[in-house]
Design a protein around this ligand. Structure first.
Ligand code: PRP
Ligand code: URA
Length: 217
């Protein structure tokens, strides 16, 4: 196994349990969306473990005390479509985060990402960008999203993290080679890609399974 210092694979039993439900071919879209949301919350919790806080005085019913509040300004970048299902849970964790949608789809023939939508604001007024996408397969979409963010101004001291549910070694390699400064948080690191660029064992097509658009015939 390669050594990726920027890769964090969750070891939490609740994550491993929920991932089994997500992978199951019989899990219907409603349940699938619920579990995407629950896993996103748990992974977001781990990805934010080093977020910065600032001191805040809190008055309890008993006395005043030194408390803390989140200081990092956070931008959430869901990659359309499949990343949409991760947004609500992240906003529960960080209600003040901004959400910037980025539309990328993978050309089925070339497996290269195609950008079709971009709602980034004019300037990068955040400290931490979290890219949300359930699947890191070839890494083409993630690398393209990181490049869009860096061109836009998300460069040091702004940090970029990638939050995925399932990653393939090929995708981790590609992101790490191009952007070693980007930390990757995922629920599982799977075996490899098949010849159509799908993760094995994976969960199939994350967008289709959330939105019920899979082929039935
Ligand atoms: C999926 C997934 C990622 C991408 C991963 O999206 O949500 O964005 O593929 O593959 P890669 O690492 O090889 O780029 P897809 O292109 O199927 O679009 P969708 O979310 O609209 O279904
Ligand atoms: N995109 C998906 O939705 N699933 C994969 O396995 C690979 C790319």
């Amino acid at each position: 196994m390669a050594d990726w210092p920027n890769l964090h694979v969750s070891q939490h039993p609740a994550v491993r349990h929920k991932l089994g439900i997500l992978r199951d071919v019989t899990t219907e879209p409603k349940k699938f969306r619920e579990v995407v949301r629950e896993l996103s919350w748990l992974l977001g919790y781990e990805a934010l473990a080093d977020a910065r806080t600032r001191p805040l005085t809190v008055r309890t019913p008993i006395e005043s005390m030194d408390g803390e509040e989140l200081a990092d300004r956070i931008g959430l970048i869901p990659i359309l479509r499949a990343g949409l299902g991760m947004v609500d849970a992240m906003l529960e964790l960080m209600p003040t985060a901004q959400v910037w949608h980025l539309g990328l789809f993978r050309d089925e023939r070339t497996l290269r990402p195609v950008e079709y939508y971009n709602r980034l604001p004019d300037s990068a007024t955040v400290d931490l960008c979290l890219i949300l996408d359930p699947m890191l397969a070839t890494g083409g979409s993630a690398t393209a999203a990181i490049e869009v963010l860096k061109r836009w101004g998300a460069v040091t001291p702004v940090r970029i993290k990638l939050v995925n549910l399932i990653a393939a070694p090929e995708g981790v390699d590609a992101v790490t080679a191009a952007h070693p400064d980007v930390e990757i948080y995922c629920a599982a690191l799977d075996r490899q890609l098949n010849d159509r660029g799908y993760i094995m064992p994976g969960l199939g097509d994350a967008g289709d399974r959330q939105f019920g658009t899979g082929h039935t015939g």
